[in-house]
Design a protein around this ligand. Sequence first.
Ligand SMILES: C[S@@+](CC[C@H](N)C(=O)[O-])C[C@H]1O[C@@H](n2cnc3c(N)ncnc32)[C@H](O)[C@@H]1O
Length: 255
Amino acid sequence: MEPLAALPAVRNDELDWDRFNPGSYRAHNYRILRDDDRQIVTRVRNFMADSGVGPHARGVDIGPGANLYPSLAMLPFCDRLDLIEISAANVRWLRRQGRWWHRFDRRWNPFWAVYTENAVYKDYAAGRKPMVEFGRKAVISQGSVFRLPRAEWDMGTMFFVACSLSTDLNEFHDAVHGFVGSLKPKAPFAAAFMTKSNGYYVAGQWFPAVPIDDVTVKRSLNDVAYDVRIDPIDSSDPLRPDVGMLLATGRAQGT
Ligand SMILES: C[S@@+](CC[C@H](N)C(=O)[O-])C[C@H]1O[C@@H](n2cnc3c(N)ncnc32)[C@H](O)[C@@H]1O
């Protein structure tokens, strides 16, 4: 379904995020491991494995929706993983899913398999059931990227959130700054973005986006981070042919 022709300007708090349908979102986006996600997992995996953080760190994933692969990137390095979501529907869904993680949710197997191609993750996985570990460490709570504590976490991920929560460019920057500002000085982070998106549908419900590019991301991150690297994710089989993807990694400046 294409975005509406005349796009309404929408701020984050004007949206009813409880209308987000996590089951549909997951089925549409993460039913299979696509090439673009494989590229992202590979880069985030190598970055986190080389970060020197852990094994008893605290990690945070902002706006997980129905996607566990960003927080799985932090599993070997953290004792606790905070998943912070604004949508009550997504929080409920994640908690419900959590009851089954101990049996290993096989749908994340292809994603986890890419992680374990790296020796750090492979060694961690030996003799362990990753989703049992994930279920033990994950703490799911309702909250907003605009109301995070400062300098709280040792590492963090935020995938397709800052670009996909309103049509307001100031809110994009506030979300990036809120996320990176919630990390301790030197904490490594990975953030993924859709570029040039005007919005997206989940189960027929339109959600807003702000059409950003690599320059926007760099400008925003340079205020709050260092060692920033931004990689375009090019795929012959993209999720949405009209929009692109970027992956940014770096370290928080801290305050
Ligand atoms: C496009 S989805 C991305 C979901 C997931 N991170 C992924 O990688 O597919 C955007 C997510 O941001 C969440 N979100 C929107 N506004 C937010 C806010 N102010 N704070 C935290 N999460 C928010 C939505 O509920 C939704 O789960």
